[in-house]
Design a protein around this ligand. Structure first.
Ligand SMILES: Cc1cc2nc3c(=O)[nH]c(=O)nc-3n(C[C@H](O)[C@H](O)[C@H](O)COP(=O)(O)OP(=O)(O)OC[C@H]3O[C@@H](n4cnc5c(N)ncnc54)[C@H](O)[C@@H]3O)c2cc1C
Length: 422
């Protein structure tokens, strides 16, 4: 009889776990998803008002995401990402009307910091050297506690970098985690910070090809299947109780809980998980045509913004897509007010004072990631649980990585590799 592996959650962690499970011993992979859409926090949907497919948020992938690129290879989707020809991050400071590009070229060593043309304007090599104290951060220190908040390097580099990587304001973000990410990414490979985005949609690049691969390999995927609880017998899970049916867990069968941390902690008694979450707000403007006034620096597909409410602007044909990370501070504002503030920033970035605010759609992902503060990161659980037949996967499980696409995919891989050993 087939021994089933029940994976709960079709986010990147659940999908990467399913893809990496070997078909040893007649294993049967079943993936259950609560929603009607696959992909979790990395999903696309049909927006009726725009008559097109929108992503829940702009997802930046960097070349250092080793396991993500392996995942893309496995699902034959490597060609579904796009990048600028060169590695650069263009920025606009709308308060001071300044423009610059950070060119984080790196080969074994981040040599870009030695060249003025690769650094933000008015930032010296000495400024970077002074920031090295971040590598000696203690467990409980935040990023901003180690840097001068009124310094140019903080405003132009450390603040946007921390928020982009950890979706957490430097006042709260763990300096130790940030320094680990830098060490992992900056020193050991070729151009690790080269940015990529999906060509068409998250669904087309990261999700549907994975679903296809899983079903082609004999896996079974069920949507609208919400796990409500697990019935335990001593240190084993005995029954999965879904909204639609109950499933008996037989001997040697395994459950992979690849859900969000708030759900996992409800399902597994006394499970310690990160609790505090941060919002990422995405605002899509639909332009009625492609305006030639809206020019991105060096024809880049994105630009970073400083001095306003907007963090990043992405260009997708006639859609301008805006990302605001660590956006809990906007919680109490209504969408009309937020869209006005964002449009004011856009007008300053592209100097388009006469253009009226176009049709917009706001997507607030209130639990985009957990807050990656010293306190919360030490609440990340290991993948093994006190129940022998339950494993955890997700960007909130301890992999040493931050809560990102790479963190989620690595976590799914880790569980699959562990199960494959038996
Ligand atoms: C707007 C936004 C922008 C982002 N930008 C970036 C970026 O630029 N770069 C980057 O690397 N990362 C980014 N991230 C983070 C990245 O999307 C996540 O780290 C990753 O998608 C998490 O995947 P996961 O599988 O761990 O969790 P999830 O995607 O949350 O998957 C969990 C799944 O479990 C399902 N589920 C929950 N409860 C149940 C239940 N009871 N029964 C069955 N199923 C259930 C959910 O519906 C979901 O599909 C962004 C996230 C957001 C929200």
């Amino acid at each position: 009889m087939n021994k089933s592996i029940h994976i709960i959650g079709s986010g990147l962690a659940g999908l990467s776990c399913a893809i990496n499970l070997s078909k040893k011993h007649g294993r049967n992979v079943i993936l259950y998803e609560a929603s009607s859409l696959y992909g979790g926090r990395c999903r696309s949907y049909k927006e009726k008002n725009f008559n097109c497919i929108l992503d829940n948020g702009n997802h930046l992938i960097i070349k250092a995401y080793k396991n993500t690129f392996n995942y893309l290879k496995k699902i034959k989707s490597q060609k579904e990402l796009i990048a600028n020809n060169e590695t650069f991050y263009p920025f606009v400071d709308i308060k001071n009307s300044e423009f610059w590009s950070v060119k984080p070229y790196s080969y074994i060593f981040p040599w870009w910091i030695f060249f003025g043309s690769c650094r933000p304007t008015n930032i010296s090599l000495l400024d970077f050297i002074k920031s090295l104290k971040i590598f000696f951060a203690k467990k409980n220190q935040s990023v901003s506690s180690l840097l001068k908040k009124n310094s140019e390097i903080y405003k132009k580099f450390w603040k946007p970098f921390t928020i982009a990587v950890l979706n957490t304001h430097p006042d709260e973000a763990s300096a130790k985690l940030l320094s680990k990410v830098i060490i992992k990414t900056l020193f050991f490979s070729n151009n690790p910070l080269k940015p990529f985005v999906v060509k068409k949609s998250l669904k087309d690049s990261l999700i549907n090809p994975a679903i296809k691969k899983i079903t082609k390999s004999g896996g079974n995927i069920k949507n609208n299947f919400r796990l409500k609880k697990i019935i335990f017998n001593k240190n084993l899970a005995q029954k999965l109780v879904f909204n639609k049916k109950k499933i008996e867990i037989k001997e040697n069968e395994i459950i992979v809980l690849a859900v969000t941390p708030n759900i996992a902690s409800k399902i597994i008694p006394n499970l310690k998980t990160p609790k505090k979450t941060n919002c990422i707000l995405n605002l899509h403007f639909k332009l009625d045509k492609e305006y030639k006034e809206i020019k991105f620096p060096q024809n880049s597909f994105f630009v970073g913004v400083i001095g306003g409410v907007v963090d990043w602007i992405f260009r997708k044909k006639n859609i301008l897509s805006i990302t605001i990370s660590a956006a809990n501070y906007l919680d109490n504002l209504d969408n009309e007010k937020i869209s006005d503030m964002v449009w004011e920033d856009i007008k300053k970035v592209f100097k388009i004072n006469n253009l009226k605010k176009p049709k917009y759609k706001i997507i607030k992902e209130k639990m985009a990631t957990f807050v990656q503060s010293p306190k919360e990161i030490y609440r990340k659980p290991k993948m093994q649980t006190k129940y022998k037949n339950i494993f955890l996967a997700g960007d909130w499980v301890d992999t040493g990585l931050p809560a990102t696409i790479e963190g989620a995919i690595t976590s799914g891989n880790n569980v699959a590799n562990y199960i494959n050993k038996f």
